[in-house]
Ligand binder design. Structure first.
Ligand SMILES: Cc1ncc(COP(=O)(O)O)c(C=O)c1O
Length: 379
């Protein structure tokens, strides 16, 4: 028997997904589990989205679409840039993707070659590092060292050390929740342009910030690649549908790669997603509920809440600002419930144990701690 294993397959696991799987295994055995592994809304997709999907299913055939997505959805996404940001973006520059996760894959493949050096902030969304590692990209992790977000100076210093081909950042960021203010975002993008560094801006948490307005990196240059998704604000995680706004020069390379990697994003989700932009009233009501959860979480932090005795360490807030549905908390190692600690998948690393992220899209009533429950957590 010959089994060939590539080095790519040895990529670090996405620990949150491992823990989600463990939580699901425990649930399947009938154990009561509060799964906090992945950040996702507990609300369903808006009614209009579900209705459009139902009608499409009843009508029958769901097929392939253009690799870059349905014309109607690309148009709706382009219109969203006009309505929400006051920007004129041509539908031609929109690529619809299978969640933003596929967009990262496509962007990295179209923009970088193996060995190219690309910067990301640490802490950051772990999948960036894992996808880049699997693609052979040389990852420059920029430690924020107490700064709330990536600044132009961080980029200059990393580029001086060894030239960068690209930089990827998220604002609002996961796991810190930090929002890059418009002035600093402009400085970051302009510095990247001056240094010849291509910018990818992950804007998946736009429309969910409380303390700052949304500013898209696109406002500072048409050469920026923006990645976004219907997963978070639009409550459509399981529909696996996202998008990119591409510089004109990248449209055809992305299309060529997407044709063979994915053929097309799922048509049913695309038809439904067109309706998502019409559901603002419904989605703002969901966001208002998160605001209540956020207030509760901040109040708990401010009153130095101690978790139940099994959680042996107190949470202490990190240096970042709680501007979005995610608030980062530093967690001393060893704070998992002892039973869970023993059960933890072997792959969980020190890095994973050192930082926990609290997301608050679930109604507070259902997140009440109970000693009887096993709690899964990941950061
Ligand atoms: C910052 C960030 N980017 C991208 C994603 C991936 O989202 P999706 O593939 O569902 O669009 C996530 C998921 O949690 C995230 O937190």
């Amino acid at each position: 028997m010959v089994v060939s294993l590539s080095r790519r397959g040895a990529v670090e696991p996405f620990h949150a997904m491992d823990i989600l799987a463990e939580a699901n295994r425990l649930k399947a055995k009938g154990l009561p589990v509060v799964s906090m592994a992945v950040g996702q809304p507990s609300d369903p997709a808006p009614a209009g989205v579900r209705e459009a999907a139902t009608i499409a299913l009843k009508a029958g055939r769901i097929g392939y679409t253009d690799a870059l997505g349905l014309a109607g959805l690309r148009k709706a996404i382009a219109a969203h840039y006009g309505e929400h940001y006051g920007l004129d973006v041509s539908p031609e520059r929109i690529a619809v993707t299978t969640g933003s996760s596929a967009a990262f894959n496509l962007a990295f493949l179209a923009m970088f070659d193996p060995g190219d050096r690309v910067a990301i902030a640490a802490p950051g969304y772990p999948a960036y590092r894992n996808i880049m590692a699997a693609l052979g990209i040389d990852i420059a992790e920029i430690e924020l060292d107490g700064a709330a977000y990536l600044h132009a100076e961080h980029l200059q210093a990393a580029h001086r050390e060894k030239p960068l081909k690209g930089v990827l950042f998220a604002s609002p960021a996961n796991p810190t929740g930090a929002v890059i203010p418009a002035g600093d975002l402009e400085a970051l993008v302009k510095t990247a342009q001056e240094l010849g560094i291509a910018v990818i801006s992950d804007e998946i948490y736009h429309r969910l910030a409380y303390a700052a307005p949304d500013t898209t990196a696109l406002s500072f240059g048409a050469d920026v690649t923006v990645i976004n998704s219907f997963s978070k604000y639009y409550c459509m995680t399981g529909w696996r549908i996202g998008w990119m706004v591409l510089p004109q020069e990248l449209v055809r390379p992305v299309e060529r790669i997407a044709q063979s990697l994915y053929i097309s994003p799922p048509e049913l989700s695309q038809i439904a997603a067109i309706e998502a932009f019409k559901a603002t009233a419904e989605l703002e009501a969901v966001k208002a509920r998160y605001a209540w959860n956020r207030e509760l979480l901040i109040a708990c932090r401010n009153s130095a809440l101690r978790l139940p005795r099994r959680w042996t360490a107190p949470f202490t807030p990190s240096a970042t600002s709680p501007g979005t549905p995610m608030t980062a908390w530093r967690l001393r190692a060893g704070c998992w419930p002892r039973r869970m600690w023993r059960r933890r998948p072997a792959a969980i690393s020190i890095r994973c144990r050192a930082i926990a992220r609290c997301a608050f899209p679930t109604p507070a009533a259902t997140t009440t701690w109970s000693r009887r429950w096993r709690v899964s957590n990941a950061g």
